[in-house]
Design a protein around this ligand. Structure first.
Ligand SMILES: Cc1cc2nc3c(=O)[nH]c(=O)nc-3n(C[C@H](O)[C@H](O)[C@H](O)COP(=O)(O)O)c2cc1C
Length: 210
Protein backbone atom coordinates (compact mmCIF):
# COMPACT_ATOMS: atom_id res chain seq x y z
CA UNK A 1 0.00 0.00 0.00
CA UNK A 2 2.93 2.31 0.76
CA UNK A 3 4.08 1.77 -2.82
CA UNK A 4 0.73 3.03 -4.12
CA UNK A 5 0.87 6.11 -1.90
CA UNK A 6 4.38 6.79 -3.20
CA UNK A 7 3.01 6.71 -6.72
CA UNK A 8 0.16 9.04 -5.78
CA UNK A 9 2.78 11.44 -4.45
CA UNK A 10 4.81 10.95 -7.63
CA UNK A 11 1.91 11.87 -9.89
CA UNK A 12 1.12 15.50 -10.56
CA UNK A 13 -0.96 17.39 -13.07
CA UNK A 14 1.65 17.41 -15.81
CA UNK A 15 2.06 20.78 -17.47
CA UNK A 16 4.74 19.81 -19.99
CA UNK A 17 4.72 16.41 -21.68
CA UNK A 18 7.64 14.92 -23.59
CA UNK A 19 6.12 14.89 -27.06
CA UNK A 20 8.55 12.18 -28.23
CA UNK A 21 7.41 9.60 -25.66
CA UNK A 22 4.36 7.54 -26.54
CA UNK A 23 2.23 5.34 -24.32
CA UNK A 24 2.42 1.84 -25.81
CA UNK A 25 -0.76 0.36 -27.27
CA UNK A 26 -0.57 -2.37 -24.61
CA UNK A 27 -0.53 0.18 -21.78
CA UNK A 28 -3.22 2.26 -23.46
CA UNK A 29 -5.42 -0.84 -23.57
CA UNK A 30 -4.90 -1.35 -19.82
CA UNK A 31 -5.89 2.26 -19.11
CA UNK A 32 -9.00 2.01 -21.25
CA UNK A 33 -9.95 -1.26 -19.61
CA UNK A 34 -9.60 0.43 -16.21
CA UNK A 35 -11.92 3.17 -17.50
CA UNK A 36 -14.42 0.58 -18.71
CA UNK A 37 -14.32 -1.27 -15.37
CA UNK A 38 -15.04 1.87 -13.35
CA UNK A 39 -18.10 1.76 -11.11
CA UNK A 40 -21.08 3.93 -12.02
CA UNK A 41 -24.40 4.60 -10.32
CA UNK A 42 -26.73 1.60 -10.93
CA UNK A 43 -23.97 0.42 -13.31
CA UNK A 44 -25.54 2.52 -16.08
CA UNK A 45 -22.25 3.80 -17.58
CA UNK A 46 -23.83 6.93 -19.07
CA UNK A 47 -20.72 7.94 -20.96
CA UNK A 48 -18.41 7.24 -23.87
CA UNK A 49 -14.64 7.56 -24.13
CA UNK A 50 -12.75 9.12 -27.03
CA UNK A 51 -9.04 8.48 -27.59
CA UNK A 52 -7.66 11.31 -29.68
CA UNK A 53 -4.34 11.03 -31.47
CA UNK A 54 -5.09 12.78 -34.75
CA UNK A 55 -2.83 15.87 -34.96
CA UNK A 56 -5.21 18.24 -36.79
CA UNK A 57 -8.05 17.58 -34.40
CA UNK A 58 -5.71 18.09 -31.45
CA UNK A 59 -4.55 21.42 -32.85
CA UNK A 60 -8.19 22.52 -33.00
CA UNK A 61 -8.85 21.21 -29.48
CA UNK A 62 -5.79 23.06 -28.18
CA UNK A 63 -7.23 26.33 -29.50
CA UNK A 64 -10.45 25.48 -27.65
CA UNK A 65 -8.42 24.83 -24.47
CA UNK A 66 -6.83 28.26 -23.92
CA UNK A 67 -3.81 26.97 -25.89
CA UNK A 68 -2.77 24.61 -23.11
CA UNK A 69 0.19 22.66 -24.54
CA UNK A 70 -0.77 19.33 -22.95
CA UNK A 71 -3.52 18.96 -25.54
CA UNK A 72 -1.07 18.50 -28.40
CA UNK A 73 2.08 17.37 -26.55
CA UNK A 74 0.71 14.45 -24.55
CA UNK A 75 0.91 11.00 -26.08
CA UNK A 76 -2.86 10.56 -26.10
CA UNK A 77 -5.82 12.75 -25.25
CA UNK A 78 -8.78 11.06 -23.60
CA UNK A 79 -12.09 12.88 -23.81
CA UNK A 80 -14.65 11.56 -21.35
CA UNK A 81 -18.07 12.37 -22.76
CA UNK A 82 -21.28 12.12 -20.75
CA UNK A 83 -24.89 11.90 -21.88
CA UNK A 84 -26.41 15.36 -21.28
CA UNK A 85 -29.86 13.78 -21.26
CA UNK A 86 -31.34 10.32 -21.67
CA UNK A 87 -34.67 8.52 -21.86
CA UNK A 88 -35.96 5.01 -21.18
CA UNK A 89 -33.88 3.62 -24.06
CA UNK A 90 -30.66 3.99 -22.07
CA UNK A 91 -32.14 2.01 -19.18
CA UNK A 92 -33.68 -0.61 -21.47
CA UNK A 93 -30.32 -1.11 -23.24
CA UNK A 94 -28.62 -1.63 -19.91
CA UNK A 95 -31.28 -4.11 -18.78
CA UNK A 96 -30.81 -6.02 -22.06
CA UNK A 97 -27.06 -6.13 -21.36
CA UNK A 98 -27.59 -7.52 -17.84
CA UNK A 99 -30.01 -10.13 -19.23
CA UNK A 100 -27.41 -11.27 -21.77
CA UNK A 101 -24.43 -11.28 -19.37
CA UNK A 102 -26.16 -12.84 -16.38
CA UNK A 103 -28.72 -15.04 -18.16
CA UNK A 104 -31.66 -13.30 -16.50
CA UNK A 105 -35.15 -12.63 -17.83
CA UNK A 106 -36.84 -9.26 -18.27
CA UNK A 107 -39.17 -10.18 -15.41
CA UNK A 108 -36.21 -10.88 -13.12
CA UNK A 109 -35.08 -7.30 -13.68
CA UNK A 110 -38.45 -5.55 -13.74
CA UNK A 111 -38.12 -4.11 -10.23
CA UNK A 112 -34.60 -2.81 -10.89
CA UNK A 113 -35.67 -1.32 -14.21
CA UNK A 114 -38.68 0.41 -12.61
CA UNK A 115 -36.56 1.78 -9.77
CA UNK A 116 -34.11 3.36 -12.21
CA UNK A 117 -36.89 4.74 -14.40
CA UNK A 118 -38.90 6.22 -11.54
CA UNK A 119 -35.79 7.76 -9.99
CA UNK A 120 -34.23 9.17 -13.13
CA UNK A 121 -36.59 9.73 -16.03
CA UNK A 122 -38.70 12.54 -14.56
CA UNK A 123 -35.65 14.57 -13.63
CA UNK A 124 -34.86 17.79 -15.52
CA UNK A 125 -32.12 17.67 -18.16
CA UNK A 126 -29.95 19.88 -15.94
CA UNK A 127 -30.02 17.16 -13.28
CA UNK A 128 -29.50 14.36 -15.79
CA UNK A 129 -26.54 16.14 -17.38
CA UNK A 130 -24.76 16.85 -14.11
CA UNK A 131 -25.50 13.34 -12.80
CA UNK A 132 -23.99 11.65 -15.87
CA UNK A 133 -21.07 14.09 -15.78
CA UNK A 134 -20.45 13.05 -12.16
CA UNK A 135 -20.17 9.46 -13.35
CA UNK A 136 -17.57 10.48 -15.93
CA UNK A 137 -15.51 12.14 -13.18
CA UNK A 138 -15.33 8.82 -11.33
CA UNK A 139 -13.73 7.39 -14.47
CA UNK A 140 -11.31 10.33 -14.45
CA UNK A 141 -10.18 9.57 -10.88
CA UNK A 142 -9.81 5.88 -11.61
CA UNK A 143 -7.77 6.58 -14.73
CA UNK A 144 -5.39 8.91 -12.90
CA UNK A 145 -4.74 6.37 -10.15
CA UNK A 146 -4.23 3.47 -12.54
CA UNK A 147 -1.95 5.60 -14.73
CA UNK A 148 0.12 6.58 -11.68
CA UNK A 149 0.39 2.93 -10.70
CA UNK A 150 1.85 2.33 -14.20
CA UNK A 151 4.13 5.37 -13.93
CA UNK A 152 2.24 7.05 -16.73
CA UNK A 153 1.72 10.80 -16.39
CA UNK A 154 -1.61 12.55 -16.73
CA UNK A 155 -3.16 15.97 -16.61
CA UNK A 156 -6.86 16.16 -15.75
CA UNK A 157 -8.33 19.12 -17.60
CA UNK A 158 -11.52 21.10 -17.54
CA UNK A 159 -9.97 24.29 -18.85
CA UNK A 160 -11.63 24.18 -22.25
CA UNK A 161 -14.74 25.34 -24.06
CA UNK A 162 -17.25 22.50 -23.99
CA UNK A 163 -19.36 23.83 -26.86
CA UNK A 164 -16.28 23.99 -29.09
CA UNK A 165 -15.17 20.49 -28.09
CA UNK A 166 -18.65 19.14 -28.82
CA UNK A 167 -18.57 20.84 -32.22
CA UNK A 168 -15.05 19.69 -33.17
CA UNK A 169 -15.73 16.09 -32.13
CA UNK A 170 -19.31 16.01 -33.43
CA UNK A 171 -20.60 14.92 -30.03
CA UNK A 172 -23.96 16.69 -29.86
CA UNK A 173 -25.38 14.69 -32.79
CA UNK A 174 -24.36 11.54 -30.95
CA UNK A 175 -26.22 12.60 -27.82
CA UNK A 176 -22.97 13.31 -25.98
CA UNK A 177 -21.24 16.21 -24.27
CA UNK A 178 -17.62 16.71 -23.22
CA UNK A 179 -17.43 16.20 -19.45
CA UNK A 180 -13.71 16.31 -18.80
CA UNK A 181 -10.40 15.61 -20.53
CA UNK A 182 -7.33 13.62 -19.50
CA UNK A 183 -4.00 14.17 -21.23
CA UNK A 184 -1.88 11.02 -20.95
CA UNK A 185 1.82 10.52 -21.60
CA UNK A 186 5.21 11.08 -20.05
CA UNK A 187 6.47 14.21 -18.30
CA UNK A 188 9.16 16.34 -19.85
CA UNK A 189 12.38 16.34 -17.78
CA UNK A 190 12.24 20.13 -17.71
CA UNK A 191 8.68 20.44 -16.42
CA UNK A 192 9.46 22.36 -13.22
CA UNK A 193 6.01 21.57 -11.81
CA UNK A 194 7.08 18.00 -11.04
CA UNK A 195 9.33 19.34 -8.26
CA UNK A 196 6.67 21.42 -6.54
CA UNK A 197 5.62 20.06 -3.13
CA UNK A 198 2.02 18.92 -3.00
CA UNK A 199 -0.41 21.43 -1.54
CA UNK A 200 -3.05 19.56 0.46
CA UNK A 201 -4.95 20.25 3.67
CA UNK A 202 -3.64 18.34 6.66
CA UNK A 203 -5.38 15.14 7.76
CA UNK A 204 -6.80 17.04 10.76
CA UNK A 205 -8.29 19.69 8.50
CA UNK A 206 -9.80 17.39 5.94
CA UNK A 207 -10.76 14.18 7.79
CA UNK A 208 -13.26 13.77 10.62
CA UNK A 209 -13.70 10.44 12.35
CA UNK A 210 -17.05 10.08 14.07
C1 LIG B 1 -11.21 18.23 -12.78
C2 LIG B 1 -9.86 18.88 -12.90
C3 LIG B 1 -9.64 19.83 -13.88
C4 LIG B 1 -8.37 20.38 -14.05
N1 LIG B 1 -8.12 21.22 -15.11
C5 LIG B 1 -6.85 21.58 -15.37
C6 LIG B 1 -6.52 22.26 -16.58
O1 LIG B 1 -7.37 22.57 -17.40
N2 LIG B 1 -5.22 22.56 -16.79
C7 LIG B 1 -4.23 22.22 -15.91
O2 LIG B 1 -3.05 22.50 -16.19
N3 LIG B 1 -4.51 21.58 -14.76
C8 LIG B 1 -5.78 21.24 -14.48
N4 LIG B 1 -6.07 20.54 -13.34
C9 LIG B 1 -4.98 20.20 -12.41
C10 LIG B 1 -5.13 20.76 -10.99
O3 LIG B 1 -4.80 22.12 -10.97
C11 LIG B 1 -4.21 19.91 -10.07
O4 LIG B 1 -4.66 18.57 -10.11
C12 LIG B 1 -4.24 20.42 -8.64
O5 LIG B 1 -3.65 21.69 -8.56
C13 LIG B 1 -3.50 19.47 -7.69
O6 LIG B 1 -2.17 19.27 -8.12
P1 LIG B 1 -1.58 17.85 -8.52
O7 LIG B 1 -2.61 17.15 -9.36
O8 LIG B 1 -0.36 18.20 -9.32
O9 LIG B 1 -1.28 17.09 -7.27
C14 LIG B 1 -7.33 20.02 -13.15
C15 LIG B 1 -7.59 19.09 -12.14
C16 LIG B 1 -8.83 18.49 -12.03
C17 LIG B 1 -9.04 17.43 -10.99
Amino acid sequence: MKALLNKLNWRYATKKFDHSKKVSSENLKILLEAARLTASSYGLQPYHFYVIEEANIRTKLKKASFDQPQITDASHLLVLANKPTFDATMIDDYIANIMAVRGLSKDDLLGFSQTMKSTLLDQADTFKGSWTSNQAYIVLGNLMTVAAEMKIDTCPMEGFDKAQYNEILGLTDKGLNTAVVLAVGYRSADDATQNYPKVRYSKEQIITHI
